[in-house]
Design a protein around this ligand. Structure first.
Ligand SMILES: N[C@@H](CCC[C@H](N)C(=O)O)C(=O)O
Length: 278
């Protein structure tokens, strides 16, 4: 059966989108199929897959009409994706499925997120700001990579993160494998961020994502990094951090009401109809 697909990215964190509005095409989105699509040698290649489905059709609880049914590159389910949800919103806008002048509510397994469309940044690419909700700042554990060990702040931004401040981003090595972490703190796995300071309210990071490996960016990770850095700085809220990632730049504001807002670009680069024959 032929079905529609699109490819998009946010700061080079890239995704395959599968429009399946009524949940009739993909049924239970199978992990093996997702992993095959995301394979960079034998598939289309992506860090994750987002099924675009009506909340009603998926049977999840959400006030939004549309639900981001998100899978990592290995086929595992994740609660939330901060870069993906901006690409998801761009798709809804481009297809005329939502009004860009109004806040867009999208359901995720990490709760409903409200997205606003920022003033136009040029043809093709648009910027969106996502209310990511309230972060949870938990304890400190240890992470290790490339023979080095660091303390890491546990921050939950809809999904789990361990944020480690390092002297240099290269200290984490190749990140071809999952950094070691404390499985008693993160029984469901963790996204690990390595952070260096660049200046006032300005940091750079690398990330090893649970289920996807090292990626060029992670939106929920950038939020976790901003929160961990603001806590370390004793920053008053509201405060805004610039987060440089290998694939670009994101901005994160931690507001007085304790909500974090992620701002960054989204772009759709290809679309077509697929006859998956593998
Ligand atoms: N790239 C995403 C996060 C995707 C999910 C993550 N790998 C997990 O398993 O929690 C982002 O931009 O937030």
């Amino acid at each position: 059966m032929a079905f529609p697909w699109l490819k998009g990215h946010g700061t080079e964190n890239d995704f395959v989108l599968l429009p399946d509005h009524d949940g009739t095409i993909h049924g239970e989105l199978e992990g093996a199929f997702v992993a095959a699509l995301c394979d960079r040698r034998r598939g289309i290649g992506a860090d994750g897959v987002m099924r675009v489905i009506r909340t009603e059709a998926l049977g999840e609880a959400s006030a939004g009409e549309w639900f981001m049914d998100y899978r990592n590159a290995d086929g595992s389910v994740s609660e939330m994706c901060g870069n993906g949800i901006r690409v998801f919103a761009l798709h809804l806008v481009q297809q005329g499925l939502v009004d860009p002048a109004e806040p867009i509510v999208v359901g995720t397994r990490g709760g409903d997120k409200t997205i606003t469309c920022d003033p136009s940044t040029g043809s093709g690419t648009m910027s969106f700001s996502v209310d990511m909700g309230t972060p949870e700042v938990l304890g400190v554990s240890k992470v290790s990579a490339a023979g080095n060990t660091w303390e890491a702040q546990d921050v939950r931004t809809g999904n789990p993160h361990a944020v480690a401040f390092v002297d240099q981003l290269d200290d984490a090595g190749s990140l071809l494998t999952q950094p070691d972490y404390d499985a008693s703190v993160y029984p469901e796995g963790v996204n690990v961020e390595f952070v260096v300071r660049q200046g006032e309210r300005h940091v750079a990071m690398r990330v090893h994502e649970r289920g996807s490996g090292e990626t060029r960016s992670c939106g929920t990770g950038a939020c976790a990094v901003a929160v961990a850095t603001a806590v370390a700085d004793g920053a008053d809220r509201p405060t805004t951090y610039r987060i440089d990632v290998p694939g670009g730049t994101l901005h994160v504001t931690w507001n007085a009401d304790n909500h974090i807002v992620l701002t960054g670009p989204a772009e759709i680069v290809a679309q077509g109809t697929m006859d998956w024959i593998a």
